[in-house]
Design a protein. Structure first.
Length: 267
């Protein structure tokens, strides 16, 4: 199963990274950054705020490859892509940092942040260790991804608390009814429904639509639809169901004019 392989590869990668910078050192760095932000009165949880308000919001993804599609972008000027998204009016930017299957890198996150991009950044990875949360803060993320399929409820709650203690938002990703309920019980403020089944990589946009009813519109929880969203018709359908935001990768990555496609999707 591909998800098991992804988790195993992530564990091996993080163990190697801990040999360079220990968990305690990374945690200390993250806490120091958060303390400075508080001193400077920098706005907390900018990712959540960027997805709040009327109409549908767009999280545009910086992604070189995926297990299901292979290499999507042979040329991959990730900093320029992020700048193009910001100029186009993206509400948030997702940056893949998984190295083995998505050909990402955590340094992409750092370089995009340091280039002057102000749009809130999501670290898109398979978070299986609290180390990765501290890393996300240190490397410039405003949000992390927590996937119900690879975390138990106790760990999910713990990771949400760690993220909040650093001023980080978290998209808690679910794929079915059980996982949506788990996300809500754990205190998720953002629930993302993945239309792609991570076990066999089939995609069905109706998954977001059918699970939307489990998260009341007046609950205050931001509801995000992820994967397989390609057309303005898809957006119209999701907008009708009061979906708050969409996370789109491949459609934007394959588009030469990212502003034109974002304008088209927005309608």
């Amino acid at each position: 199963m591909i998800l098991d392989e992804l988790v195993l590869a992530t564990k091996k990668r993080i163990e190697k990274e801990k040999l360079q910078i220990s968990t305690e050192e990374m945690k200390k760095k993250a806490q120091e950054i958060y303390s400075k932000e508080k001193e400077q009165e920098i706005e907390e949880f900018p990712f959540e705020k960027a997805l709040s308000g009327d109409d549908i919001h767009f999280i545009c993804e910086v992604k070189k490859a995926s297990p299901s599609k292979g290499v999507i972008a042979q040329e991959f000027p990730y900093v320029e892509i992020a700048k193009e998204y910001e100029k186009a009016g993206a509400n948030a930017i997702s940056v893949l940092t998984e190295t083995d299957y998505f050909l990402g890198n955590i340094n992409y996150l750092k370089e995009i942040k340091e280039s002057g991009v102000k749009t809130p950044l999501l670290r898109k990875d398979f978070t299986i260790d609290e180390y990765m949360i501290y890393q996300a803060k240190v490397y410039g993320a405003s949000a992390i991804l927590l996937i119900c399929a690879i975390l138990d409820e106790e760990t999910l709650k713990k990771y949400l608390q760690i993220a909040e203690s650093l001023g980080l938002s978290a998209i808690v990703e679910a794929h079915d009814e059980k996982e949506v309920k788990m996300a809500a019980i754990s205190g998720a403020r953002i629930i993302g429904v993945n239309n792609r089944n991570l076990k066999d990589f089939t995609v069905d946009i109706q998954n977001s639509i059918s699970l939307r009813k489990l998260v009341p519109v007046d609950s205050g929880i931001i509801f995000v639809a992820e994967s397989g969203i390609k057309t303005s018709e898809d957006i119209k359908e999701l907008r009708k169901e009061n979906v708050n935001a969409v996370l789109i990768g491949e459609t934007f990555m394959r588009a030469e004019d990212k502003k034109a496609i974002l304008d088209e999707l927005r309608g």
